[in-house]
Design a protein around this ligand. Structure first.
Ligand SMILES: Cc1cc2nc3c(=O)[nH]c(=O)nc-3n(C[C@H](O)[C@H](O)[C@H](O)COP(=O)(O)O)c2cc1C
Length: 198
């Protein structure tokens, strides 16, 4: 059973928002249970409905389920610091994007932006289902395209660990201490009317 903290006890928004935004966080403790095909497809379905330039839908998700050779190959991509806690994941995902428009082959300047939006849809859906969805940049960026057999007009964006919440006591001490929902800067530190002050 999960003993993860409740984000609502640690996070207080300064302005009214939907509770799901607070509920989503990035735990590392996962139980090692499988994620059903149905649950996995619900996560990708949420990603599917993200907005994108010209409705290009240029995000690409490559997944590996626990207990398959793909999972071992995706684990191999991770840096050791992430591999430790990803041992409890049910699914590992590599997120990539097509960098050019399908209709004319021109560079798409917002493929990263659109793909980030799709990731956040997936993460929020996961939070609503009580799943752990944890983004990762700590992996072998040079090796990932080879593992996935990506063509040149694709770019790797991130990896994701997905799992059922686990017991934080199974984490190494330094990670166990960090297994608490984080806070945020005040809105006025990153929002500006008209530009930076003159
Ligand atoms: C693109 C991306 C890359 C990340 N890379 C890692 C990572 O390699 N290892 C890790 O433990 N956490 C990683 N994180 C998790 C962040 O540290 C976390 O999202 C951030 O501290 C905010 O906390 P929260 O997601 O719990 O709200 C990553 C998150 C994102 C979105």
């Amino acid at each position: 059973m999960s003993q993860l903290p409740d984000p609502a006890a640690h996070r207080k928004p300064d302005h009214p928002i939907h509770p799901l935004f607070i509920q989503r966080w990035s735990p590392r403790a996962m139980s090692g249970e499988a994620i059903s095909e149905a649950d996995l497809m619900s996560l990708f379905e949420a990603a599917r409905w993200a907005p994108s330039t010209y409705n290009e839908q240029e995000w690409r998700f490559f997944y590996a389920r626990r207990g398959t050779p793909h999972f071992d190959a995706f684990m191999d991509l991770l840096l050791p610091a992430n591999r430790v806690w990803c041992a409890g994941a049910g699914v590992l995902v590599v997120v990539a994007s097509q960098t050019v428009f399908t209709r004319n082959g021109n560079p798409n300047p917002v493929h990263t932006f659109d793909t980030g939006a799709a990731f956040e849809n997936l993460a929020l859906q996961g939070a609503s289902m009580g799943l752990v969805v944890h983004g990762m940049a700590g992996f072998d960026w040079a090796k990932a395209p080879k593992t996935l057999r990506l063509p040149a007009n694709h770019a790797v964006q991130a990896m994701i660990a997905i799992g059922r919440p686990g017991d934080p006591n199974t984490l190494p001490p330094e990670l166990r201490e960090r297994e608490t929902p984080t806070g945020r800067k005040p809105v006025r530190e990153f929002v500006f009317e008209g530009g930076y002050p003159a």
